[in-house]
Ligand binder design. Structure first.
Ligand code: ZN
Length: 164
């Protein structure tokens, strides 16, 4: 089932998700629905906050490979940083530059509770860090430089005005 993606201004996006402790049917269905929603919206990643669930689960996709990580934890961040443009399904049509470690390892588990570990570099590393940020209530607007944030906020406010 395709879920509604929450957008900027929804307090769920500024909230911290809590760890998953029940690996049941409900969790498996949520993971499936998140994958379906990400595919439908042509996204490369989605965190549970974005579909209104405050549970620590993310999905990601890159080059035909799909990832579901429950209770993801960032480990062994590379010291090397890279700046690149990021967008977000929850902040439509806004793109800002975000600097992030080039390589990360993410540990967590799959939907059945089995431990897993993903070593990621480049775009996948960026996607996983972006989604883990969501689970902590952090958005790309909080990660970009002051000028880009101001410009994005002006754009977002302008949009809210014209919607009224
Ligand atoms: Zn996002």
């Amino acid at each position: 089932m395709v879920l509604e993606v929450r957008t900027f201004g929804d307090p769920v996006l500024k909230s911290r998700a809590t760890p998953v402790d029940r690996f049941d049917e409900t969790l498996a269905r949520l993971a499936e629905d998140m994958l379906e929603t990400m595919r439908e919206r042509d996204g490369v990643g989605l965190a549970a906050n974005q579909v209104g669930r405050l549970k620590r689960i993310l999905v990601a996709a890159l080059e035909d490979e799909e990832y579901v990580i429950v209770n993801p934890v960032l480990e062994n961040r590379a010291e090397a940083l890279e700046k690149d443009t990021e967008g977000c399904l929850s902040i439509p049509e806004i793109q800002v530059e975000v600097e992030r470690p080039l390589r990360v390892e993410v540990s967590g588990c799959d939907v059945s509770g089995a431990p897993l570990r993903v070593e990621a570099e480049g775009l996948l590393a960026r996607i996983l860090q972006h989604e883990i940020d969501h689970l902590d209530g952090v958005l790309i607007l909080d990660r970009t430089d002051r000028e880009s944030r101001k410009a994005a906020m002006r754009e977002l406010r302008g949009r809210l005005m014209t919607q009224r």
